[in-house]
Design a protein around this ligand. Structure first.
Ligand SMILES: *[C@@H]1O[C@H](CO)[C@@H](O)[C@H](O)[C@H]1NC(C)=O
Ligand SMILES: *[C@@H]1O[C@H](CO)[C@@H](O)[C@H](O)[C@H]1NC(C)=O
Length: 305
């Protein structure tokens, strides 16, 4: 394989990966709503299926450790986000060798820490049959207000507020944004609620079809890769990003970020409007600062059922 081709492939993995996954996710969402015609699906099918399959396997280590006991002894994968400088430098070095060899080391190393605050949308009307009817309840709007107040009270300068495009997450994000004026709001389809991966142990009250795991799993994994990773070397200052999305998505992100078996996501519970805080260090180390914090809400505003 020629050198040029190698670089292209590696860069495609590091930078172009999310674009590819985005396409897979878009296709998955579309077919979910039944808008994709058979021919369209056939034409794109082979290509899409390939990527869906790839994305549905979170990491090879998971399948390897899947059937082992309590102590798997799995080591931390330092290159979990494919941004480990020691692996990227090899390619950059070749590209930059002719330009300025003295700066290549510094250029490749992240120095900033990324803080990602994952918010579960607040309570909504469960009687709605379609998404736009599933609006926040009065209590849900109050909860979002408490979450917004809390985020403002933390005194942090937030960089961005991303939210799932579902109605309940969009509404929650809009209420929160009133408390942190000036922070850009961005809607994202990848973050919509779904079935990330078959839970282990299985539950009887919730049994999505295999195809739903197949489609949602790839999309939610794409969301994970899009949002949870160490800082880019170009990022100079620590960042604080808010992501308003859904309980399944957040629990899956937490398992994946901590390199815990993703099948365990359903063992965690998150209150409405709660804050889950992940920190990704420049080294790629990840810390879970809080999981589902809702202690800032008065007890009678917490929803548990
Ligand atoms: C949050 O609210 C939704 C309905 O809006 C409900 O299904 C869910 O159980 C609530 N979560 C908690 C932890 O109470
Ligand atoms: C919840 O949604 C249903 C169906 O759209 C509607 O009939 C009902 O009035 C809504 N309830 C509230 C409290 O908004």
């Amino acid at each position: 394989m020629s050198y040029r081709r190698t670089v292209k492939l590696v860069c495609g993995l590091a930078a172009g990966g999310s674009a590819v996954l985005l396409c897979a996710a878009a296709a998955a969402t579309e077919s979910h709503h039944g808008h994709v015609s058979e021919t369209h699906r056939d034409q794109a099918g082979r290509w899409v299926r390939f990527h869906v399959l790839q994305a549905a396997q979170p990491a090879t280590t998971w399948s390897a450790g899947r059937h082992t006991g309590a102590s798997t002894g799995l080591a931390w994968d330092v290159n979990w986000d494919k941004r480990d400088p020691s692996t990227l430098q090899t390619n950059e070095k070749k590209e930059k060798a002719s330009e300025d060899p003295s700066t290549e080391q510094e250029n490749g190393k992240p120095t900033a820490t990324r803080h990602i605050l994952l918010i579960r949308h607040s309570q909504y009307n469960l009687s709605g049959t379609v998404d736009h009817e599933r609006v926040l309840t009065h209590l849900g709007r109050e909860q979002a207000g408490f979450t917004g107040q809390r985020l403002a009270a933390l005194g942090i300068k937030y960089d961005i507020l991303v939210h799932s495009s579902m109605t309940r997450a969009t509404e929650t994000a809009k209420i929160i944004s009133k408390y942190i004026p000036g922070v850009e709001l961005v809607s994202c389809d990848l973050l919509r609620e779904g079935a990330p991966i078959e839970p282990e142990p299985p539950v009887t009250h919730w049994k999505p079809d295999a195809v739903q795991y197949h489609e949602d799993g790839a999309r939610i994994e794409a969301a994970f890769r899009r949002y949870i990773h160490r800082a880019d070397p170009k990022q100079k200052e620590d960042s604080y990003e808010i992501i308003v999305c859904h309980a399944n998505v957040i629990r899956y992100f937490v398992c994946r970020a901590l390199q815990f078996p993703p099948e365990g996501w359903l063992r965690m519970g998150l209150n409405n409007g709660s804050i889950t805080w992940l920190t990704v260090r420049p080294s790629g180390r990840v810390a879970l600062r809080t999981l589902g914090d809702s202690g800032f809400m008065p007890p009678d505003k917490l929803t548990r059922t």
